[in-house]
Design a protein around this ligand. Structure first.
Ligand SMILES: NC(=O)c1ccc[n+]([C@@H]2O[C@H](COP(=O)([O-])OP(=O)(O)OC[C@H]3O[C@@H](n4cnc5c(N)ncnc54)[C@H](O)[C@@H]3O)[C@@H](O)[C@H]2O)c1
Length: 346
């Protein structure tokens, strides 16, 4: 199959593209290499993808509709996986415009292109943050998600709704998946695991928001990739409606699916796991909740399980130690002012 992946140089896009290439698919990646975090990390991910003769890369922004359309027309993909976005809740407080252009305008350009392209399936990344101020746990796809508390979440929710209208108007099979705090090797430097490991390694205190009371449903990257690869083959349709509850639209080939393990972990337990894997204790600074952050994310993964027979299962200790191993071998040796030392992981 030919798969067009936006955000291919990003954390999730890199892993999905690599998996698809390993499975023998042809992949065209599209990424604007934005400088939200260190672009050299994106380049290193790309270096790995470029080793495959079946990988092709287009470096351009989603907002460049002409380039995007030309790339999709030239590729004629069977499946399009749309991951490129301005991620991050906290950054949206100071850089709101990037979320409107990348997430809203960028996704609109993808949907316009999808209108003209006979896709078997369009898959779009959404986020657990859209559950916002919803208090009913665990979060199921049918729950209210009308109260986003960050602009990031609001743009993700808007894209879900805009994509439903395109699915309905133009009969495009679309699955939106709500990711729950994805972590693993080649992860994002703005996310907690990367920040904690990097700080603890350098003996710098770590900042713990929400006084350590927050909980997150962490999803290991390989579990996420496996879920997406399985969902790729299940374009939403009445033929694959599952019981008892499905988030399949009653009027369009459109569905939303949580991808999370359903096992939220307290921030302090998470930090303890990181400390054990590093064999070092963190110096902790406790801070209040930051604006836009939700206290807890907790996935109900039963729809994913019913559709694919799969749900995230990697033990947190295993996932964190794989990240630490990657960090110590790939990132630490290149980080200035650090003292690399070999250490046994537990
Ligand atoms: N990682 C998580 O825990 C998580 C959780 C929920 C949702 N998501 C969503 O999953 C998707 C992938 O996230 P990620 O963690 O890989 O993030 P990432 O920042 O590592 O990857 C996104 C990629 O998209 C590219 N990009 C951003 N804006 C662009 C634009 N306007 N045009 C072209 N390229 C652009 C960036 O250069 C980057 O390489 C995003 O849509 C994100 O919102 C991620």
């Amino acid at each position: 199959m030919k798969v067009f992946v936006t955000g291919a140089a990003g954390f999730v896009g890199f892993h999905i593209s690599k998996k698809l290439l390993d499975l023998g698919h042809i992949v065209v990646g599209y990424d604007g290499m934005t400088d939200y975090y260190d672009v050299s990390l994106k380049r290193k991910r790309l270096d790995i993808l470029n080793r495959y003769s079946t990988y092709d890369h287009v470096e351009a922004m989603l907002e460049d509709a002409e380039k995007l359309n030309a790339s999709i027309d030239e590729t004629l993909p069977d499946v399009l996986i749309h991951l490129a976005a301005q991620a991050g809740v906290r950054y949206s407080l100071d850089h709101p415009e990037t979320y409107i252009t990348s997430n809203i305008v960028g996704s609109y350009n993808i949907l316009e292109a999808a209108k003209r392209t006979p896709l078997r399936h369009l898959l779009i990344a959404s986020s657990s943050s859209i559950y916002g101020a919803n208090r009913t746990m665990p979060f199921a796809e049918g729950h209210k998600s009308d109260w986003p508390i960050s602009l990031y979440a609001a743009t993700k929710k808007a894209v879900e709704e805009i994509s439903h209208s395109y699915a309905s108007l133009w009969n495009i099979p679309i699955t939106c998946f709500r990711f729950f705090t994805v972590y693993g090797p080649w992860g994002r430097p703005d996310m907690a695991l990367f920040k904690f490991v990097s700080a603890i390694e350098r003996n710098v205190p770590i900042e713990i928001y929400g006084e350590g009371k927050m909980k997150r449903d962490f999803t290991y990257i390989d579990d996420l990739v496996e879920s997406i690869v399985r969902l790729m083959d299940i374009p939403p349709s009445e033929r694959n409606r599952v019981q008892p509850e499905d988030a399949l639209s009653p009027v369009a080939p459109w569905r939303v699916v949580n991808i999370g393990g359903g096992q939220p972990v307290g921030l302090l337990d998470f930090i303890e796991t990181v400390e054990r894997c590093l064999g070092k204790t963190a110096q902790k600074i406790f801070l209040p909740m930051q604006k836009g952050d939700v206290e807890i994310t907790y996935a109900d993964p039963s729809l994913l399980q019913r559709l694919t027979g799969y749900q995230p299962r990697t033990d947190l200790r295993v996932g964190v130690s794989r990240f630490v191993e990657w960090y110590l071998s790939q990132i630490l040796p290149e980080t200035p002012n650090t003292h690399p030392q070999s250490r046994r992981h537990t």
